[in-house]
Design a binder for this molecule. Structure first.
Ligand code: C5P
Length: 226
């Protein structure tokens, strides 16, 4: 629960821009940031490193409960993520890591194992929480809830550009298929599916520049939290 610490949740599908927007809004407000997707990516990577059977939910839940992770930043301000003391910042950002993450994310006991770890990010002066179930399950009492969407074509195009900028050559058609499959898995799972909270403000970023979305989110936070 958000308790006395103000929480802004930003949920939405892959490529909706929520990661970038959450980071910028957190910077502007001076609030902490929870990138919950990174936790699912880390569980999937830790499970892969330990050669866990993909159907062994109990082993995945133990892996999630014992996740040895540290978040830091480079002197230039770029994020760094450490799993058992190893820098996995790049390794968890691949398409395969995202796909693996969405497979472990359907496991209810993995989600349960990550619940308190996520709530513990709510520290003064405030938290911006980015994910799929931030407003529905993890922080149902959040002061402000945003659900960010964009058309599937635009989301695939953005992801394609991101990967190209990192020097990775992936076909746009293949990416579109992967995004559609991940959307389907995230939206149809039994526990914490990707749906807007009933009290979420729905923003469509398809044609809105990122700076405008950031300004709009900041305006809502300032109006509600002061
Ligand atoms: O946001 P990101 O692409 O890093 O998330 C990777 C995957 O982790 C998502 O496709 C989703 O299956 C899962 N996830 C989740 N709940 C969250 C955040 C991410 O199920 N709160």
């Amino acid at each position: 629960m958000s308790g006395a610490v103000p929480v802004l949740t930003i949920d939405g599908p892959s490529g909706s821009g929520k990661g970038t927007i959450a980071r910028r809004v957190a910077e502007r407000l001076g609030w902490h940031l929870l990138d919950s997707g990174a936790l699912y990516r880390l569980v999937a990577l830790a499970a892969r490193n330990s050669d866990l059977e993909s159907t062994d939910e109990a082993a995945h839940a133990r892996c999630a409960a014992g996740l040895d992770v540290r978040f830091s930043s480079t002197p230039a301000g770029d994020e760094q993520i450490w799993l058992k003391g190893q820098d996995v910042t790049a390794a968890i950002r691949t398409e395969r890591a995202g796909d693996d993450a969405s497979r472990v994310a359907v496991m209810p006991s993995v989600r349960a194992a990550l619940l308190e770890r996520q709530r513990a990010f709510a520290q003064p002066p405030g938290l911006v929480a980015d994910g799929r179930d931030m407003g529905t399950v993890i922080f149902p009492d959040a002061e402000v809830k945003i659900f960010l969407t964009a058309s599937p074509e635009e989301r695939a195009r953005r992801r394609h550009k991101q990967l190209k900028d990192k020097g990775l050559d992936v076909s746009l058609a293949a990416l579109s298929r992967e995004i559609a499959e991940r959307d389907r898995r995230d939206s149809s799972r039994a526990v914490a599916p990707l749906v807007p909270a009933s009290d979420a403000l729905i923003l469509d970023s398809t044609v809105m520049p990122i700076d405008d979305v950031v300004d709009q989110v900041l305006a809502v936070v300032r109006q509600r939290v002061g």
